[in-house]
Design a protein around this ligand. Structure first.
Ligand code: NIG
Ligand code: FE
Length: 382
């Protein structure tokens, strides 16, 4: 089954060989893109979608999300907006709710958030565990996530759970030993929350090194709440991504610039914790590859909206609209080491978004407005 999408007023491809086209068309053949070019030269196809001058961009790649949980923390959010600081301590509240939930509740929570994401243009999503923190609950979280995405991340090292209070090294041994072994069939990546109050540099190194030995790719929650060793550890270990990157020294920025570790910025977290935003301009000017993602989780960033993150990045992190759209699509693909998504070229996945707007600029220019007209995922209109 092939589909001709034509009448594209502006086609953002993210493919340097093609650039941005006007009056363009593309053909999806099954789940792959088969042709891209001027609308006037488009070949015939089984079906036809005329988007009447609208803009088309690659589907968003949300490379950092925590959608496997039960309950919410609306009261914690309200307290924060009344002046309480964010510490990450609320993670344990969600761990208790998640452990108590049945499989069907967790599964329907994941699918509800995935539906929200799809409606807002996200066609690739990474999903972390990290609210189970027992062998059985981490396996369960990743097994359920793997039902809907290949980009699953083991975050057993989210916090030290209450039953290991005072014995963090015993918990690190569990995470890097039996827990890692049990989750490996369901995980592509391993992540650590490397932060004061969670895991220090030595503990993060032990867990990530064990994960790499088990064949998992590496990602790190680094330098979110304060300065720390996370970013440089990510670069040293060849992690695909260092995430948050809010508090960076010049040495951290230099390390990222000299590496192929992506800096994944998560402005929903700064918005929802009322914290200073990371300085994307500083990273971009230094030559660092930047991705944008939602960090969707019930504590620090309960949003599934990539357009919202783009608007924040442009307004408050000094990204241009074009840089922000690239970071939310191609940047996310780099952070997941994927070359088949985040780009519209022949052979890539037919994942794209038709905007209810003539240009990608409108994503930041019209904040909060539902501009997602049609989403194609694997060539299929959603
Ligand atoms: O990325 N930083 C650690 N994990 C999440 C927050 C999780 C939570 O508060 O429940 C984050 O912001
Ligand atoms: Fe996170």
């Amino acid at each position: 089954m092939s589909l001709l999408v034509t009448g594209i007023g502006e086609l953002v491809t993210n493919d340097p060989a093609t650039g941005t086209l006007h009056d363009a068309a593309l053909v999806a053949d099954g789940e792959r893109i088969a042709w891209i070019g001027p609308a006037a030269q488009a070949p015939a196809a089984d079906d036809r979608l005329d988007v009447q001058g609208r803009a088309v961009i690659p589907g968003f790649v949300d490379s950092h999300a925590h959608p496997v949980f039960a309950g919410d923390r609306a009261a914690e959010f309200a307290a924060r907006m009344a002046g309480e600081p964010y510490t990450g301590g609320g993670i344990r509240t969600t761990v208790a709710a998640t452990r108590a939930a049945g499989d069907d509740d967790l599964r329907s929570g994941i699918r509800r958030l995935l539906t929200e994401m799809r409606r807002q243009g996200t066609t690739t999503v990474e999903m972390k565990s990290g609210y189970g923190l027992t062998v059985a609950d981490e396996v369960r979280s990743l097994r359920l996530a793997a039902e809907v995405t290949p980009e699953t991340t083991f975050l057993g090292a989210h916090v030290v759970p209450a039953e290991y209070a005072g014995r963090p090294d015993d918990y690190v041994a569990l995470v890097s030993g039996p827990m890692l072994e049990a989750v490996t069939p369901y995980a592509r990546w391993v992540d650590v929350f490397c932060e004061r109050g969670a895991f220090d540099g030595d503990q993060a190194r032990a867990i990530l090194t064990a994960g790499a030995k088990a064949g998992l790719g590496l990602r790190i929650h680094a330098n979110q709440l304060g300065a720390g060793p996370g970013v440089r550890l990510a670069v040293e270990l060849g992690a695909a991504s260092a995430d948050h990157c809010t508090h960076l020294s010049d040495a951290d920025v230099d390390a990222l610039a000299g590496s192929d570790t992506v800096a994944t910025l998560l402005p929903g977290a700064e918005f929802s914790t009322r914290s200073p935003y990371p300085d994307a301009r500083r990273l971009l000017d230094a030559g660092v590859t930047v991705a944008l993602a939602t960090d969707c989780n019930p504590g620090s960033s309960y949003t599934t909206s990539m357009p919202f993150c783009i608007a924040l990045a442009v307004r408050d992190m000094r990204m241009t609209p074009a840089e922000a759209v690239w970071a939310a699509t191609a940047g996310g693909a780099r952070a997941l080491r994927r070359d088949d998504v985040g780009v519209l070229r022949v052979g890539a996945r037919a994942d794209l978004v038709v905007l209810d707007a003539p240009s990608h600029l409108h994503l930041a220019y019209r904040p909060g407005v539902p501009l997602i007209s049609t989403v194609l995922h694997d060539g299929v209109p959603q």
